[in-house]
Every structure is written in structure tokens, then in C-alpha cells.
Design a protein around this ligand. Structure first.
Ligand code: BG6
Length: 464
């Protein structure tokens, strides 16, 4: 603070908020007419894959506590909140609407608006309905069409009140985790299938956008991508090439078609060269070209550091992205040891400038940024409040770099953290906590942390 004034002031109307997802917060996994999604199924058959065996039914009970939770959002001056609709709750059989789900989401949206919290509603956050996975999930084009039906239904039901929609959260993650490295169900390791999943996901996003435009509603539709700026170890040609390929696979595979309407030619050549092309249908290219997003959400946690391939090539499972380069450990890196992710605040600035220079300076917002820490009770003071100064510092440093990017002309309209209250995570369950509010998973009580108080002031002053 300089003379009592904020030093880092953000543009007028800046969105300050938090993000979450249906599966990670709602709980009530088999209540209210919801059908199973892949997480419910996977937990049934392999509970040992989840930290301390805690599964998706035991999330933070937002399904029942949303009214109080939304009041808590208002208490800390949040002016926006993103969550996702659960596809298998809204359309349990994939076709027909579940009225209990409609009531629930309608109530959540109304409650948010009544409390001055703008809803941003996302359609897909890693949560394929299980019956669709049984027919191949994103590998099956029929599922792509079903997604378009789901999107259209959601727009028709809630689009009079929701003005900011996103089609997918981090669409590369189910590709990477589910089809390249055995971290998410269906635990496949197969690059050709991964490419098909990615391609069909992209088509699904474009079809959903097309459906939105057809409704002629007056909102906007975007996509949320986890961008991991790819830094080469050195200026050596081979290091630079390895980083560029990682960028093509993990960032530009969704960023370019979503914003510019076409895939990078270098990516297509690479895919062709290795015989990984997915099946295409006439009209696909046009569909993608004519349905670019209105805005972009960016999740930023960590950079990607890359060097040329130096480790032995393992081709026992065919070609994989790891064939094109190796991860590089930067000697100066700072780590969040709980999550095993590098903390590199400047990455957010590099993203801001990349969007400005190479992606038409499209309006964008930070859709997730956060720090997961385990055993946070260690930091509890006598009053019971967690003194999470590390989290405050984490946000401050990222916001400083974001501010610089905005000063230099990047068109960023908001900052949402991950997350509002501690929630369940895909594999780590409740190991790492991210929230402004601590959640006691035994009692489901919520308690504000110091970072929540800090955020309250930042949102109030539109800066710090
Ligand atoms: C993002 C996801 O990748 O990171 C969230 O959109 C996720 O769903 C968050 O929870 C934090 O990652 P994790 O694995 O620690 O929960």
C-alpha cells in the first residue's frame, strides 16, 4: 500500500471470485436422481486409487449447503463464482431432463445472483456420465452429439440468467490423464486414442458454441484451458524444438482451434507423420472455424520446463508425448512440495502477453490459480483460524505479474482462485487444501482462513 492507496489497481468491473466443479463440491452423488459418472464408477471398482480411500460421494455437501455457502461468498466480497453442471445429474439418461437437478441448479443460480455473485457456468469438468463411457466416451462421435444436446438443454433452461458460459474446463486433462498416463479412468495409455479423444472434445466444444449461438441469447460463451507456458532448458535448437512440441500438444491443441478456429499446421504435420490422425467428417473444419469462443478462461498453476530427449526411448506402448522431449528441472525452481508443482508467478505474465500478441488480444480471465497445502491445521491460531500467509503471498505475487500484463495491454477481466472452500480433488481427495474456507470433513463445518480475510479487502478495493 502506498499512502493508504492500493498500488495494484485492476480494471473497473474486474471479476474477483473463485472456481469449483460439480463433482468436487456437490456430494449427493447418488441423490436427487443423479446417474453415475466415471468417478462414481471408478471409486466403486478401485477405491484404493483415491487418497485415503475417500471418494466422490464425500465432497463438501454444496448440494445441501449451497445457500449458506453463497452467503459466505458474499461475506468475503466475491462478485463472481464458477462451477459446473453435472451432466449426469441434469440428464441422467443422457436425453431426458431431471427436474430435481433443474430445481437445484436454478436455485443455486438465483441465490448467486441475489447475493451479487455473477455465475459463470461450465458444462464439463472431467465428469463423463458412466453410460456414455461404456460406449467409448469421447472416442465415440455419438457422445459428441449427446454433449451438444446437453449444452443446448442447459442454455435453454438457465440461459435467461446465466450470461457467461464455458464449454469445458481443462479439456487436455482427461486426454493426458485418462489416455496417456493412467491417472484418470479409463486408464488407457495410447496416443492414437488420446488424439481422437482430444479431437472429439474440440468438436464437442464447437458444437456447444454453435448451439449457444442458435439460441440467440445475449451472453457469451468461452472455454477454460490450463495453459502451461513451455520453457526450454536453453536456446539450443533441440531444447527449443522440444519445448515447442510440448506447447503444441498441451497448450495449442485446444488454444488455437478454440480462439483462432484452426489447428496449428505444425501440430497436424506431426500427428500425420506419426500416423495418429483421427477420423474426420466433412464439415468438421468449418464447424471449428465458425465457432470460436467469445472469451477465454485460463487456469494457471505451474510452468512446463523442457529439454531435448536425453532419456532412453521406451516404445513399449507406442509413441507418446514423452518421445519428443524430457522434463527439465530448473535449478532455481521453487516448489509447492505438497502438490509437487513449481511456483513461477511470471508465467501468468507470459500467458497474458502471449494472448495479447498471438490470440487477437481476446478477453480472458484467470479461471483458476491456487496453492494446495496439506495438514493446514498446523497453521491454526488460538481462535481456530488458519494463518495461511503462504497462500496470500502466492496470490499477491501472481496478481502483481498479472497486473503488469494488464498494464501492457492484455485484455484480462477477472481473477478467480481455486478455490472458495476446501474441496475434494480427483485423486488427492482432501489431502491438499485450497480454500478460503477450511472444511472439516467430519462435521462439514466451514471456517474462514486468513487468506479469505485478505481476499475480502482486495475485492473491496479492486486491488491491493
Ligand atoms: C485444476 C482442476 O486442474 O486443478 C481442478 O480444474 C483441480 O479440478 C485443481 O482440483 C487443483 O488440482 P488438484 O489435483 O490438486 O486438485
Amino acid at each position: 500500500m502506498v499512502l493508504g492507496l492500493s498500488k495494484y489497481v485492476f480494471p473497473e468491473g474486474f471479476l474477483w471470485g473463485a472456481a469449483a466443479s460439480g463433482t468436487q463440491t456437490e456430494g449427493a452423488a447418488s441423490e436427487g436422481g443423479k446417474a453415475k459418472n466415471i468417478w462414481d464408477h471408478w471409486y466403486e471398482i478401485a477405491p484404493e486409487r483415491f487418497y485415503q480411500g475417500v471418494g466422490p460421494a464425500e465432497t463438501s455437501d454444496f448440494y445441501h449447503q449451497y445457500k449458506d455457502d453463497i452467503k459466505r461468498m458474499k461475506d468475503i466480497n466475491m462478485n463472481s463464482f464458477r462451477t459446473s453442471i453435472s451432466w449426469s445429474r441434469l440428464l441422467p439418461d443422457g436425453v431426458n431432463v431431471n427436474q430435481e437437478a433443474v430445481d437445484f441448479y436454478q436455485n443455486v443460480i438465483d441465490e448467486l445472483i441475489d447475493n451479487g455473485v455473477k455465475p459463470i457456468i461450465n458444462l464439463y469438468h472431467f465428469d463423463m456420465p458412466f453410460h456414455f463411457q461404456e460406449i467409448g466416451g469421447w472416442e465415440n462421435r455419438k457422445v459428441v452429439e449427446s454433449f451438444a444436446h446437453y449444452a443446448k438443454t442447459a442454455f435453454q433452461l438457465f440461459g435467461d440468467k446465466v450470461k457467461l458460459w464455458t464449454t469445458f474446463n481443462e479439456p487436455i486433462v482427461p486426454v493426458e490423464m485418462g489416455y496417456l498416463n493412467d491417472f484418470h479412468y479409463p486408464c488407457v495409455v495410447d496416443m492414437k486414442r488420446a488424439v481422437t479423444v482430444a479431437y472429439h472434445t474440440m468438436l464437442a466444444s464447437a458444437m456447444a458454441i454453435e448451439e449457444y449461438r442458435k439460441t440467440k441469447q445475449d451472453g457469451e460463451v468461452g472455454i477454460i484451458l490450463n495453459l502451461t507456458p513451455s520453457y526450454p532448458r536453453s536456446e539450443d535448437e533441440e531444447d527449443v524444438k522440444a519445448a515447442r512440441i510440448a506447447d503444441l500438444f498441451f497448450n495449442r491443441s485446444f488454444l488455437d482451434p478454440s480462439v483462432l478456429g484452426e489447428y496449428p499446421s505444425e501440430l497436424i504435420e506431426l500427428i500425420k507423420e506419426h500416423d495418429l490422425m483421427p477420423e474426420t467428417v466433412e464439415g468438421d473444419r468449418e464447424l471449428i472455424k465458425s465457432n470460436v469462443v467469445d472469451f477465454l478462461g485460463v487456469n494457471y498453476y505451474q510452468p512446463r520446463r523442457v529439454k531435448k530427449k536425453e532419456s532412453p526411448i521406451d516404445d513399449s506402448q507406442g509413441i507418446l508425448p514423452s518421445h519428443f522431449g524430457d522434463p527439465y528441472i530448473w535449478p532455481e525452481r521453487r516448489m509447492n512440495p505438497h502438490r509437487g508443482w513449481e511456483i513461477y508467478e511470471k508465467g501468468l505474465y507470459d500467458i497474458a502477453i502471449n494472448i495479447k500478441d498471438n490470440y487477437n488480444n481476446i478477453p480472458w480471465y484467470v479461471a483458476e490459480n491456487g496453492m494446495g497445502v496439506s495438514d493446514e491445521e498446523r497453521f491454526m491460531d488460538d481462535s481456530g483460524m488458519i494463518q495461511d500467509d503462504y497462500r496470500i503471498e502466492f496470490y499477491q505475487e501472481h496478481l502483481k505479474w498479472l497486473h503488469k500484463g494488464i498494464q501492457e495491454g492484455s485484455n484480462c477481466f477477472g481473477f478467480q482462485v481455486w478455490t472458495f472452500m476446501d474441496n475434494w480433488s480427483w485423486l488427492n481427495a482432501y489431502k491438499n487444501r485450497y480454500g478460503f474456507y477450511r472444511v472439516d470433513i467430519n462435521t462439514q463445518e466451514r471456517h474462514l482462513k486468513k487468506s479469505g480475510l485478505w481476499f475480502k479487502e482486495v475485492a473491496k478495493h479492486n486491488g491491493f
